[in-house]
Design a protein around this ligand. Structure first.
Ligand code: NAG
Ligand code: NAG
Ligand code: NAG
Ligand code: NAG
Ligand code: NAG
Ligand code: NAG
Length: 403
């Protein structure tokens, strides 16, 4: 009895497959096996106040011609326990793709995303910060980020991946927010990582919390050194013609690019500054409608058009949302921060623990090459914030599959 029902089950599976093969591609596609693997970064050793901002070349990553479908991450200790942001603030992590020479470790070619910033700035495939645990990053079917295509890899090279993790140990910090905002006075830093003196008006940001710097800790605070890792889970499928590739663009609200309205003059170069400061500013108090919002805007355009498949903003503490819209005001995607309300990892009170995302119905949001897009990033300016960011990460497909 048992045997015959099992045979019956196997038979019906074969029948289902047989029926699906000749009929439609979407049926076949759903049979494509999704694979997933969990990896650990190299060790990150931290003590109270310390900063680790290192580059890890040649990290573990799936091999072969594949379509990346998802990349999720979190900071864990040696036992695999999640570490909350108020102990180790995950300022950011980024994952970049490159071709490394098979014979010479120092010879490599960065394989950048599709733009838009200047060379070597924000050219990652993936990257988030404190919002990592609760931000959706999956690429919907039938789309995927194509990597590992042997036909594109120069001979003598192999595709590799680079991870940068910027973590700040804020245990015992005298001013936790100040440490996470990299305020130069708290780090006692007056020169940048390369030894250049900082400009007097530079009061906080990445130039003050580089690798091995130290943020001020309360007098007498004791905390053990600890070894942490970025645990990352990659999900992918083997490449097939049924997958529609997407391009990755990262837009930065600090980009000073200008489209010049003259066919004889080229547009200016992109110049992304990555970070900016929010000054304390409120409309006069006393009025019934006083607001404290810092709103930054920039106009940009994509070199080629396509369909938006996914969108998400990146902001720091104080962020109240970011929107990408068309010149006529129609919204392409609005991404809002989720602030934690508790104590546990993934819900730390006062921290941005997630960003809302956009997954437009495939084909519904078309961006035309050269079309003016406006990126707006809003922060609460009740108080000053240093080194904040206003990025927008979008995935764009050249085409959408026929419905
Ligand atoms: C390795 O590559 C680097 C960077 O391209 C180059 O400067 C160096 O000369 C190369 N070393 C050898 C042994 O070829
Ligand atoms: C800050 O840096 C200066 C010079 O680099 C040094 O003399 C001073 O002791 C430092 N202060 C603290 C609190 O570390
Ligand atoms: C932590 O590690 C540093 C070196 O990275 C060492 O100087 C220090 O003594 C250690 N502290 C403790 C409490 O083990
Ligand atoms: C660009 O110039 C053309 C003709 O000179 C004009 O019609 C158009 O409005 C201008 N566009 C912008 C954005 O200034
Ligand atoms: C307050 O300001 C906002 C935006 O500036 C405006 O939309 C709103 O109508 C104002 N409310 C009042 C009560 O004035
Ligand atoms: C800005 O922050 C202040 C202080 O935390 C808060 O009272 C206010 O509601 C916030 N405003 C917005 C627009 O989020």
């Amino acid at each position: 009895m048992l045997e015959s029902s099992r045979v019956g089950f196997i038979f019906s599976v074969i029948l289902l497959l047989a029926l699906s093969i000749p009929c439609s591609c979407s049926r076949l596609k759903s049979v494509a096996r999704t694979k997933s693997a969990v990896f650990l970064s190299p060790k990150i050793v931290l003590e109270p106040g310390s900063v680790s901002n290192k580059l890890y070349y040649g990290i573990d990553f799936p091999r072969g011609h594949i379509a990346l479908k998802d990349f999720i991450a979190e900071v864990v200790d040696e036992a695999g326990n999640p570490i909350p942001l108020y102990e180790t603030y995950l300022h950011h992590w980024v994952v970049e793709r490159y071709y490394g020479s098979k014979h010479n470790d120092s010879d490599f070619i960065l394989v950048a995303n599709s733009g838009l910033c200047q060379t070597d700035v924000l050219r990652q495939y993936y990257g988030l910060g404190s919002e990592t645990r609760r931000t959706a990053t999956h690429v919907p079917d039938p789309f995927g980020i194509e990597v590992g295509n042997a036909a594109e890899i120069p001979s003598g090279y192999e595709e590799k991946w680079l991870l940068n993790v910027h973590a700040i140990d804020t245990r015992g910090a005298e001013d936790t927010l100040g440490c996470t905002e990299c305020r130069c006075d708290l780090y006692n830093v007056t020169k940048d990582e390369s030894g250049q003196p900082l400009k007097p008006d530079y009061i906080g940001g990445l130039s003050c919390c580089y690798d091995e710097t130290r943020c001020r800790v309360r007098e007498g605070f004791q905390g053990a050194n600890r070894t942490l890792y970025l645990s990352y889970t990659v999900t992918w499928v083997d490449w097939s013609d049924f997958i529609v590739p997407v391009k990755i663009y990262i837009l930065d609200v600090t980009d000073t690019w200008k489209a010049l309205n003259d066919s004889n003059v080229k547009s200016t170069e992109h110049q992304c500054k990555i970070e900016y400061d929010v000054k304390e500013s409120c409309t006069p108090t006393g009025t019934s409608n006083s607001t404290c919002i810092d709103s930054q805007r920039t106009s940009l355009s994509l070199p080629s058009g396509g369909y938006m498949v996914y969108g998400v903003a990146h902001q720091h503490t104080g962020g109240i949302g970011s929107t990408l819209y068309r010149k006529d005001g129609r919204v392409l995607c609005s991404s809002l921060p989720i602030y934690g309300t508790g104590n546990e990892a993934g819900n730390e009170a006062g921290y941005i623990v997630g960003m809302s995302t956009c997954y437009p119905h495939p084909g519904s949001v078309k961006i035309i090459g050269g079309e003016t897009l406006i990126l707006e990033s809003n922060y609460n300016s009740t108080r000053t914030h240093t080194g904040v960011m206003g990025l927008f990460y979008i995935l764009v497909a050249d085409q959408v599959p026929p419905l």
